[in-house]
Design a protein around this ligand. Sequence first.
Ligand code: ATP
Length: 618
Amino acid sequence: MELAPHSLWYHEEALPQTRLRTIVRRLPALVRTALKLAWKASPADTAATIGLNVIVGLLGAVGLLATTGVLDALLTGGPAPDRLRAAMPALIGVAAALTARSLLQSTAAWTQSRLKPRVDRLAERRLFELTTAVALRAMDDADFYDAMQRARSRGARGAALVVDAGVGLITSAAGIAAAAGTLAVLHPVLLPLLLVSVLPAGWATAHSARMQYQVIYKLSTSMRRQWILSDLMADRRPAPEIRAFGMRDFLLEQYDDVARLSENAHVDLARRQALARFAGEATNGVVAAFVYAALGVLLMAGAVPLAIVGGTVLAIRMGRSSLSALVGAANDVYDEGLYFSDYLDFCKEAEHRTSQHRLGLPAPEFAGVEVHEVSFTYPGAERAALRDISLKIGKGEVIALVGENGSGKTTLAKIIAGLYEPDSGTVLWDGAPLALLDRDAVRQKIAMIPQDHTPWPLTARQNITAGVDIDDDAVIGAAELAGIHRTIEELPEGYDTLLDPRFKMGHELSGGQWQRVAAARGFCRRAPLLLCDEPTSALDPRAEHAFFDSIRHFAETDPAAPQAIVLITHRLTSVLMADRIYVLAGGRLAESGTHPELMDLGGLYASLFKLQAEAYTP
Ligand SMILES: Nc1ncnc2c1ncn2[C@@H]1O[C@H](COP(=O)(O)OP(=O)(O)OP(=O)(O)O)[C@@H](O)[C@H]1O
């Protein structure tokens, strides 16, 4: 399979939200949102950081005015000792203002650096609250996946960086206000000149940030693919297959393809950014020279008294550095704001895709599930995975879903479990439409042994309880039922053994053993409806037989046993005892009935069954 056409991994479309004007308009809202997040993370540190930085700015003005006072006293006529004596109070003022400024600056830096990890954690936590709650369908949507990747890789970190830049913006604004106040007293005409002098560099940095964001946006799919390939090449699970199939060169080629795309885009970006910087710096130098020349002319023309000259120069320098800091901070807010906007947009979209159905609760007694004319198509898929499916699962029944690969069995099970919402048709739980019920309450009534179970990097016990508070007896009971109790007991730390060899003391299980752990996780739930999606595909025949025997025994004897079981399997001998068998073909319901009825029908089921039976006949 060829996986590398660039159009698949590279977004060519325009990025309207990166226009400078749009972003400048969004700046206040971005800073406000980031500061709200900072406040939530730590009100004390946020208040201290902003308050201290504003005071630092004001102390700068006090220092400037005091310096002008010192110069004024020193440059006035009279004997030197008298001038020095007259300058003393202002000199003490300068020293006090500078010392207090430095101390407060260090304290502000400390409180600000305490904020960052807190905001980081809060933003990331929010992201994962949403990624674990969005409707499963969103996870199949490539656009949503890209947005999630952008929010994860840069966006969440952007929150703390926007907070930092926002604080920088406030700090430099306070510095400018201080310098502007001082300049207004000394010579106000210099202020607009200063503003003009920093604009070229400001434009250059904002422009290059925008170019960088555009490249990262366009590369987001290719970067995601690059990470996936990097993970595959440096992970232990695919390692045997890579070697056995000699896939190394092929994978490296695939990697080169996307990595080179990224490399070329970044090299080109570096060139364009350098050009923008050169242009900005060159213009900036010319404008700065003009500003100082204008000041020189004013001084020579005697427009400003000599005593004010020193203070004016210092105020210009302070104003200029504060303005550069302001442009820098605004640029950082803009730069990080682009990523933070991605994060905020993703959170909004994810909230939108998180369905909260809280209109009612499913009845405490399980009465049954009815699927009525359900159709479903995966996002971006051309063909429907399910078309007009209707079936019933009654209390006390074992229902089997069979059919060839891709016929829609797993999709149907996920719809019954409420993991996907059908495009049309309804699923009725105890007579009530699933869409109107409280999702969490419904999910507590369902246990699932999925086909694609996850080997969680947790202990054996946690792999079975899946985070639910369940007593040891129930855990052991479920493990016994799944036939994995003895294996777990023999592990070095028993149920407390970490099941992941990537960590020290971690232990690996075989494929069949993992499947039994997944089954134990399903049994442990003690839910009225148990959905088993090929629960024995990795088990040997003896184990498979024992597995179904123990489920039957469990269902007949244990009050905590499921009241209905849906079994998906390709081993048709396992469904002989089912109360009803539904046969799917190409997403449609082809046949239904008991085993004898379907055999009499002589249709798809009968032919599949005979085919399997023949395979065991010499
Ligand atoms: N996440 C997905 N996104 C898009 N299409 C999907 C997704 N999962 C399954 N499909 C498609 O939906 C159809 C039904 O798949 P499903 O997994 O339900 O079949 P199945 O009967 O369980 O197959 P198998 O016996 O191989 O497990 C298939 O054509 C498959 O390609």
